[in-house]
Design a protein. Structure first.
Length: 84
């Protein structure tokens, strides 16, 4: 993935908006510096995706706050099937 960034001549990313450690590790491991990691703002995450986002945070994705506790994960609900 970082090959395209190198091809474009990118050597530094000031603000990296991604929660993926795989992307972050690939980019920094290839020699591109990342100044600041920014999590995806909560108001930009659709309610339908909250279950997935909380699970990703619990699995180790980047988040500036503590990962959710098991109790919080159990309380997270998506949109009811009737609303689809």
């Amino acid at each position: 993935m970082p090959d395209v960034l190198h091809w474009l001549g990118i050597t530094r990313i000031d603000r990296f908006v991604s929660m993926s450690d795989m992307k972050y590790d690939a980019i920094t491991g290839s020699g591109i510096e990342i100044g600041e990691r920014v999590p995806i703002p909560a108001d930009l995450i659709p309610i339908d995706a909250m279950v997935e986002m909380e699970a990703k945070k619990a699995a180790g994705y980047f988040t500036p706050e503590e990962p959710p506790a098991v109790e919080d994960l159990l309380a997270t609900r998506g949109r009811p099937i009737e609303e689809y």
